[in-house]
Design a protein around this ligand. Structure first.
Ligand code: ADP
Ligand code: ASP
Ligand code: MG
Length: 450
């Protein structure tokens, strides 16, 4: 019987230091992974962002302080592993790119979207360079090869959150990566990063390595995508919010996708789309405790509980747009959606009344003056910030009597700002003030998860 084709992805905490890297390499070898996709060393993407901010607004000396933390993280791993000089040289040259790019930003006191993506890409390029060497020392069968994923991960030029060109990625994956399928070679590559058709480096957005791994799995028609992280699977809620959160053995694609979309950091929201498209089975497990069960994401699960899990997504904005012109007329929503479309801003939830419509948006959209001016020419615009979207994920949510009563009774002293129910049988969500959201999740968890 032929072996299953496996893409394994390891996040930042699984790349935190040499011990974590060795553990991740051992898991990859034990699992007979065909392609291993890695994130930057833990904390490095944040440091690269800090370096770009310092470069644009601070002195070179202060920028260097951030850069030296990035350098230190990588050199200390190399020193501990007593890496040979070629790896040292490769890492040194990537780290000098960090300096060159930030120096340019510091001189101009400006960070262009292109330069920002190139800088951020260095986190994954550095970790994968070191991790390849760690794997070479651990794998005994297949030949371990470094692969620059920018060769196949072709994207749009929406720097910061580039959109993958799925057809091209699949075509190029087949061309460049297919030889891993017979088990003679294992490719170690980067998550998160890609490149435009004219080879400008891009990134897929924060947490995007999960998405990269799913796209590669789709591209090579893998059987299994493994997401190895710092928790032993998907839990009923973020264990950092509720330590009693229970690990789930299984969850459906729809539930997991809702959970990711509505804020559970465990998976990047778009991860499951390629997996579903290409019929790839998805597993989430802990690289710290690989022997623990983990969670399988399935088309159909044995049980379909009313509430399977819950999540919160911070930094939400409610924008209320009002105009008497909405009264008994048509075309108003079309006009305002056209404006959001022009600014490439996605709207998460929406409710309407007689003469107004309330929308929720993610704060990361960075509302600009032009957008507000355009909307203001159509209607009155009111913005409320510092809100959090709380979501309950499960089944038949829109067909269950008394569910709303149970939810709101358990948080009866907390003001609910907006409610969204009805669009999906898998989701019930509402907005509350950011500082009350964790309390909401705790109470709802107590009420619904036994
Ligand atoms: P990685 O670096 O491996 O990509 P992330 O930090 O992105 O890891 O995601 C793992 C984190 O997701 C966990 O440490 C946990 O705090 C958080 N998380 C949020 N919601 C859940 C959930 N429902 N189940 C498990 N972990 C969750
Ligand atoms: N390193 C990137 C980030 O921190 C991508 C990822 O880890 O998924 O966002
Ligand atoms: Mg992640």
């Amino acid at each position: 019987m032929s072996e299953k084709v496996i893409v394994s992805k390891f996040g930042g905490s699984s790349m935190a230091d040499l011990t974590a890297m060795k553990r991740s390499a051992q898991i990859s070898a034990d699992q007979k992974a065909n392609i291993v996709v890695v994130s930057a060393v833990y904390g490095v993407t944040n440091l690269l962002i800090d370096a770009s901010k310092a470069a644009c607004s601070d002195t070179w000396e202060n920028t260097l302080k951030v850069i030296s933390q990035i350098e230190q993280k990588h050199y200390s791993i190399l020193e501990e592993m007593k890496a040979d000089t070629t790896v040292f040289e490769d890492v040194r040259s990537l780290l000098s790119e960090v300096r060159t790019l930030t120096q340019g930003m510091n001189l101009l006191k400006e960070c262009s979207p292109r330069a920002y993506d190139s800088l951020l890409s260095l986190g994954e390029r550095l970790s994968s360079t070191i991790f390849t060497q760690v794997c070479k020392e651990i794998f005994s069968g297949p030949e371990v090869k470094f692969f620059d994923i920018r060769t196949v991960m072709k994207t749009s030029d929406d720097f910061g959150k580039a959109i993958p060109n799925i057809a091209l990625i699949s075509k190029l994956s087949e061309k460049h990566l297919n030889d891993c399928k017979n088990g003679s070679v294992v490719y170690i590559t980067q998550g998160f990063i890609g490149s435009t058709e004219d080879s400008m480096t891009t990134v897929l957005g924060r947490g995007g390595s999960d998405y990269s791994a799913a796209l590669i799995a789709e591209g090579i028609k893998a059987d299994i995508l493994q997401i190895w992280t710092d928790v032993a699977g998907i839990a009923t809620t973020d264990p950092r919010l509720v330590p009693e959160a229970k690990l789930l053995d299984e969850i459906t694609y729809s539930e997991a996708a809702e959970l990711a979309t509505f804020g559970a950091k465990i998976l990047h929201p778009t991860t499951l789309t390629p997996a579903l498209r290409a019929n790839v089975q998805v597993f989430v497990g802990s690289s710290y405790e690989p022997e623990k069960n983990g969670t399988w994401i399935k088309t159909k699960t044995e049980s379909s509980p009313l509430i399977r899990a819950m999540a919160k997504r911070d930094d939400q904005i409610i924008m209320t747009l009002s105009t008497p012109k909405m009264l008994h007329s048509h075309g108003f929503l079309f006009e305002i959606f056209k404006v959001f479309n022009e600014h490439k801003i996605s709207i998460d939830s929406i409710t309407t009344s007689e003469i107004s419509v309330a929308l929720t948006l993610d704060d990361s959209n960075r509302l600009n003056k032009k957008l507000i001016d355009q909307l203001s020419s159509l209607c009155d615009v009111k913005i409320e910030e510092n809100l959090t979207l709380v979501s309950l994920i499960g089944n038949e949510i829109n067909h269950t009597p008394k569910l709303a009563q149970r939810i709101f009774q358990s948080i009866d002293d907390i003001n609910v700002r907006m409610i969204c129910l009805g669009a999906s049988k898998h989701n019930f969500c509402f907005l509350v003030a950011k500082d009350q959201a964790t309390e909401c999740i705790k109470r709802l968890h107590r009420e619904f998860i036994k």
